[in-house]
Design a protein around this ligand. Structure first.
Ligand SMILES: NC(=O)c1ccc[n+]([C@@H]2O[C@H](COP(=O)([O-])OP(=O)(O)OC[C@H]3O[C@@H](n4cnc5c(N)ncnc54)[C@H](OP(=O)(O)O)[C@@H]3O)[C@@H](O)[C@H]2O)c1
Length: 332
């Protein structure tokens, strides 16, 4: 009996390890993508375009001749990146603008400047994000992951919709993550106790924010059906970037973060390869009429989505609540 139990346990362990290995190799294998699409006359906006996947994407799209707006919280870093991109691509049309997704007021001001000064917006890439908590909450008291990775981008996209529609055919791309699958419970939209520091305390954590990115893309594609604006989300893979480099707030989740850092460092794909699926989603002509989809490794990967990420009612609910959260900031 004992021997049988041992055999079953070993078999389960072997199957589990094989499954994890399969998933890891799917997310870290090298990628190739080639396209001769050029973007002269087009404008691309990339949040967090000063480092990692965003920077690599900006470099590629600038090389195709587009005007590239790097929307960043750190303007010094952004300007250095812009100079680097200009030197490599010989494209001088690289703009830097301040955007702090931690603060909805900053998002609103940024969107106002874009709407006033830009004639068009062809590709909006909602890329910026944090992987390690730097504090408890955002300026408007939302969980930091939820606020920066999702809500700031929700407001930004909402405020830029008219410009995107005017420039159609245009594209909205949300950089999500396979990590969305770690949300197992239906999200709880409890506002929290009156006067509590964090609003909607159960909408917290990295995985929840990335689930929201996917739901955001899905609901947008539904709302934009009558227009020529498409909206998709994607997982870039496991990519060697600085996303886990922040010091964790009060040492929260330190061990988990250290483990991920080691995994990403030794198994992650390069930023160049990490940007491939983003570039594919931004320019591939086969996607002209494809909206509401989730991509991995340069192809549609809806079968990798969790049940929650496919839940249309949840996407509607999130949209309505996000509008309430941003109510003060919705007027352009
Ligand atoms: N790396 C991966 O394996 C992986 C896997 C799945 C999904 N992703 C997603 O890919 C996206 C890009 O991440 P990455 O890996 O390239 O990491 P990264 O190199 O750390 O880039 C993140 C960017 O977001 C910016 N950012 C952070 N907080 C911001 C704020 N409050 N306002 C404006 N910008 C802000 C950062 O600016 P600073 O330079 O000023 O910090 C940086 O430019 C993220 O959405 C991430 O969730 C990454």
């Amino acid at each position: 009996m004992l021997l049988l139990a041992l055999l079953v346990s070993i078999t389960c362990l072997v199957l589990y390890v094989r499954r994890v290995k399969r998933i890891l190799s799917r997310h870290s294998k090298p990628l190739t993508y080639f396209s001769d699409v050029m973007l002269h006359g087009k404008t691309v906006l990339i949040t967090g375009g000063n480092s990692g996947i965003g920077k690599e994407t900006a470099l590629d799209l600038a090389g195709r001749g587009s005007r590239v707006i790097l929307a960043c919280r750190n303007l010094t870093k952004a300007k250095e990146t812009a100079e680097e991109i200009k030197n490599i691509t010989r494209n001088s049309n690289i703009i830097t603008m301040e955007l702090d997704l931690n603060d909805l007021e900053s998002v609103k001001k940024f969107a106002q400047r874009i709407n006033q000064n830009e004639k068009r917006l062809d590709i909006l890439i909602n890329n910026a994000g944090i992987g390690v908590r730097g504090s408890d909450c955002t300026k408007q008291n939302y969980d930091e992951f939820f606020g920066i990775n999702y809500l700031g981008h929700f407001l930004l996209t909402y405020l830029l919709l008219d410009l995107l529609k005017k420039s159609a055919p245009s594209r909205i791309i949300n950089i999500s993550s396979y990590a969305h699958i770690f949300v197992k419970k239906y999200p709880d939209f409890y506002l929290g106790q009156h006067g509590a520091k964090i609003k909607y305390p159960n909408l917290s954590g990295y995985a929840t924010s990335k689930l929201c990115n996917i739901l955001h893309s899905k609901i947008l594609s539904k709302k934009l059906k009558a227009s020529k604006v498409i909206s998709n989300s994607l997982h870039p893979g496991m990519v060697k970037t600085g996303i886990l480099n922040n010091d964790p707030f009060q040492g929260k989740g330190l061990l988990r973060i250290l483990l991920y850092r080691i995994l990403f460092k030794y198994m992650g794909r390069s930023t160049k390869d990490g940007a491939k699926t983003v570039i594919y989603a931004a320019i591939d002509e086969s996607l002209n009429d494809i909206s509401g989809q989730y991509f991995e490794n340069n192809s549609i990967a809806n079968n990798e989505l969790s049940k929650l990420a496919k839940d249309e009612k949840l996407a509607e609910k999130l949209w309505d609540i996000s509008l309430q959260m941003c109510a003060e900031y919705l007027e352009n």
